[in-house]
Write a protein that binds this ligand. Structure first.
Ligand SMILES: Cc1cc2nc3c(=O)[nH]c(=O)nc-3n(C[C@H](O)[C@H](O)[C@H](O)COP(=O)(O)OP(=O)(O)OC[C@H]3O[C@@H](n4cnc5c(N)ncnc54)[C@H](O)[C@@H]3O)c2cc1C
Length: 259
C-alpha cells in the first residue's frame, strides 16, 4: 500500500511566491518586498498569477515528499517527470532478503490470478537468492585467487552478486524514494497524474501528494488536479468520459475548494 508523506517545504510557500510576484510588478526593494503581504494580499497575488498564466514565480516554492510501498513500475513513471529531484533506495546496495511487492487490486480481486501472482513472486525470490549465492561463490573464488583475503573477498563478492542478481526482480518489487518538486512542476504533475487516464498506482500517489500540499498551500494548489476540473477534457478520443464523476469526487474530497 503506497504511503506518501510531505516531509518538508519552503517556509511560508505562498508568501515566498507572492514576494517573487510582487517584486516583478512593484518598485519594492528586497528588504521591503515582504512588507504588507498579509494572508489576504498573499492569496490575491497567488490567484492573480494563476489567472494571467505567469507561472515562473511559483517555482520558488518547493516541496519534498517521502514515498514508500510503491512498485518499481511506479518508479519508472514518476522519474519521467524531469523537473524534479529523486533519491531512490538502491537495489545495488540493499539486499532483497524477502522482497516486498505490490499486488495490483485487479489481480488481488481474482483468486486464481492472485495465486498465480504469488507463485511468480516466490519463484522470483528463489531465483534471486540462488543467483546471488552462485555469483557470490564465483566472485569470492576469483577475488581470493587474485590475492584478496577471504573475509574481504566475501564482502566484495556479495555486493557484486546482488548487483547482477537483481536483474530477475520484478516490476512489482516495492521501492522507496524522496522526491522534490517545485509548485509549477507539481501543477503539471497533478494535471497528468490525477487524471483518470493515468495508471492507478501513480494516480493514487498523485492524489495523496495533492491532498498534502493543499493543506500547506491551499491557494497555490487551488486549481490543481486533472484538467477536467476546470474545463473540457483535453484527451480527445482517449477520454475516460467520466468528468462528472471526477468533479464530484473532487468536491467530496475537498469540500472547501471553490467551484
Ligand atoms: C496517461 C499517460 C500516459 C503516458 N504514456 C506514455 C507512453 O506510452 N510512453 C512514454 O514514453 N511516456 C508516457 N507517458 C509519460 C509522458 O509522456 C511524460 O513523459 C510524463 O508525463 C512527464 O511529463 P512532462 O514531460 O510534462 O514532465 P517534466 O519532465 O517534469 O517536464 C515538465 C515540463 O517542462 C517542459 N520540458 C521538460 N523537458 C523539456 C524538453 N526537453 N523540451 C521541451 N520542454 C521540456 C515541458 O513543458 C514539460 O511539460 C504517459 C503519461 C501519462 C500521464
Amino acid at each position: 500500500m503506497s504511503r506518501v508523506l510531505l516531509l518538508a517545504h519552503t517556509p511560508e510557500p505562498e508568501r515566498t511566491v507572492a514576494s517573487a510576484a510582487k517584486l516583478c510588478y512593484s518598485p519594492s526593494s528586497i528588504e521591503t518586498v515582504r512588507e504588507g503581504l498579509t494572508p489576504e494580499k498573499t492569496a490575491s497575488f497567488v490567484e492573480m498569477l494563476a489567472q494571467i498564466g505567469h507561472e515562473s514565480p511559483i517555482e520558488h516554492a518547493v516541496f519534498t515528499f517521502g514515498i514508500e510501498g510503491v512498485s518499481r513500475s511506479l518508479l519508472a513513471q514518476i522519474t519521467r517527470h524531469r523537473i524534479a529531484s529523486f533519491s531512490v533506495q538502491s537495489q545495488r546496495y540493499v539486499r532483497e532478503k524477502a522482497f516486498e511487492f505490490v499486488v495490483p487490486p485487479a489481480i488481488r480481486a481474482i483468486p486464481e490470478a492472485a495465486d498465480e501472482f504469488l507463485q511468480a513472486m516466490e519463484e522470483d525470490q528463489r531465483h534471486y537468492e540462488s543467483l546471488a549465492a552462485k555469483l557470490k561463490e564465483g566472485h569470492t573464488k576469483k577475488l581470493m585467487a587474485e590475492g584478496m583475503d577471504e573475509k574481504e573477498a566475501a564482502r566484495k563478492a556479495e555486493k557484486m552478486a546482488i548487483e547482477d542478481a537483481r536483474f530477475v526482480l520484478p516490476n512489482a518489487c516495492t521501492t522507496k524514494m524522496i522526491v522534490t518538486m517545485n509548485a509549477r512542476s507539481l501543477l503539471n504533475f497533478f494535471s497528468h497524474r490525477c487524471c483518470n487516464r493515468a495508471q492507478w498506482e501513480i494516480r493514487d500517489v498523485a492524489w495523496q501528494m495533492l491532498e498534502q500540499v493543499k493543506e500547506v498551500a491551499p491557494h497555490l494548489f487551488e486549481k490543481a488536479g486533472p484538467p477536467c476540473l476546470k474545463g473540457p477534457c483535453p484527451e480527445g478520443k482517449m477520454t475516460c468520459g467520466k468528468w462528472d464523476e471526477v468533479r464530484q469526487r473532487y468536491k467530496e474530497k475537498f469540500p472547501e475548494a471553490k467551484a
